[in-house]
Design a protein around this ligand. Structure first.
Ligand code: NZQ
Ligand code: ZN
Length: 387
């Protein structure tokens, strides 16, 4: 096991109607609030009114930034930064999915930085301070509600880049499973794939003798696989939605990464696809991950055998290690297909025109991944297999 430090300052407030605590949670940070939300799902669900009445209850002066895009854009983030500066905002409140939360993080950091917020994504500057932020999560997927990461797209240059800082962990995140009842089937599928992919990125590691982390990871996968199908069959199943929501948070709140060298190559490749084609992150991962698995499994077949046996219940009797490993990968693809996720880039109308550019961008700072270090040519092979 690797040496590690773990610090997660986000307070999770989990359960039905917990939005009724919002006012009290915001109060210690000030009353000049920027409310950040997306394209309108919170208005349709009635959550918007509940949030406003909580903020009114503490006498907050509320400014709004709506219309955060899925794959949030730098230009929109910059609008939020301007509001923060013009209105002396003290607290940024994100109400929505990962895109809204990520945009709020970039706004919170950018508001107190004199340069271009994009600098944080290209290692030109390190975040020194940020406004405090909190979230009301409406979609189980990214884990952004309890981590210090954000992913922003520069649509002009067609680049999607991440930054991370301990200064942008949400002060609190409210997770009410009932708020995810209205998530449509396709977004529920994208969320399931994203959560599973976060586990894969940390589970497929060359670090050995980490039984606790492995079983944590396997238990999250099994929980998501089972509850994902229940939530897809009945979007208002409280327990299924609750289990998905908590699994999404634990998949990327630092727990699985403790003591482990994680990978993240597939996320890097997916971000290049999204940057050019603006596809849903989970859809891109569903296409790419089984192809990444097939490309790298020989680096440590035993890990893939363990995955096949423990997660997919593959019977190893009479089979070679390689056959078992491949059966686990096929089971992954079959599950994604069964829940309605795409299997090829072609299904999303993407042809091979930009593959070289994507592979080049993904490896611009050098090889990516750790399970197998991927060069530009390796990335290109995975993209070609995904067409
Ligand atoms: O914009 P609205 O109207 O709110 O609709 C959203 C959006 O269209 C809708 N939605 C969300 N909650 C809903 C709902 N619709 C009905 N009922 C609800 N309760 O769902 C759509 C997608 O929302 P989005 O926030 O884009 O989805 P997600 O949470 O999957 O976030 C994706 C973004 O997060 C990044 C991705 O790259 C992508 O940009 N990621 C962030 C990470 C992080 N910060 O740690 C890690 C991830 O790996 C990922 O890269
Ligand atoms: Zn992800």
């Amino acid at each position: 096991m690797n040496a590690f430090e773990l610090f997660n300052p986000t307070k999770l407030v989990f359960g039905p109607d917990k939005v009724q605590q919002l006012g009290e949670l915001v109060k210690p940070y000030g009353t000049r609030v920027l409310l950040v939300y997306g394209g309108g799902s919170i208005k349709r669900s009635g959550l918007y009114e509940d949030v406003l009445s909580q903020l009114e209850g503490i006498g907050a002066s509320v400014h709004e930034l709506s219309g955060i895009e899925p794959n949030p854009r730098l230009t929109t983030v910059n609008q939020g930064i301007e509001i923060c500066r013009a209105e002396n905002i003290e607290f940024v409140l994100a109400v929505g999915g990962g895109s809204v939360i990520d945009a709020a993080k970039a706004i919170a950091a950018g508001a107190l930085y004199e340069g271009d917020v994009w600098d944080f994504t290209v290692f030109k500057a390190v975040i020194q301070k940020a406004l405090p932020l909190g979230t009301v999560l409406t979609l189980a997927a990214t884990g952004s509600e309890m981590n210090g990461n954000a992913v922003i797209t520069n649509w002009e240059t067609k680049q999607k880049r991440a930054f991370g800082s301990k200064l942008v962990y949400p002060k609190f995140s409210i997770l009410d499973p009932k708020l995810t009842y209205t998530v449509p089937v396709n977004q529920t599928v994208n969320g399931i794939v994203d959560i599973m992919s976060h586990v894969f990125e940390q589970y497929f590691s060359l670090t050995t003798d980490i039984p606790l982390q492995e079983r944590f990871a396997e238990s999250i996968l099994l929980t998501v696989i089972e509850n994902g199908e229940i939530a897809l069959a009945n979007g208002s199943d409280y327990d299924a939605r609750a289990n998905l929501l908590l699994a999404g948070t634990y998949a990327l709140n630092g727990t699985l990464a403790t003591g482990v060298t994680s990978d993240w190559a597939t996320h890097g490749i997916e971000h290049e696809v999204s940057a050019i084609y603006d596809i849903a992150h989970g859809a891109g991962l569903a296409i790419l991950f089984p192809n990444w698995m097939k490309y790298v499994y020989k680096e440590r077949v035993g890990k893939f055998v363990q995955y096949a046996e423990r997660v997919w219940n593959i019977d190893a009797n009479g089979k070679s290690e390689e056959e078992v490993a491949l059966a686990g990968i096929e089971a992954t693809r079959a599950y994604f297909t069964r829940i309605g996720a795409p299997a090829t880039l072609g299904e999303l109308g993407i042809n091979g025109d930009q593959l070289d550019r994507m592979a080049e961008e993904a490896t611009q700072f050098g090889p990516i991944g750790n399970f197998k270090k991927l060069s530009k040519e390796d990335v290109l092979s995975i993209l070609e297999a995904s067409l």
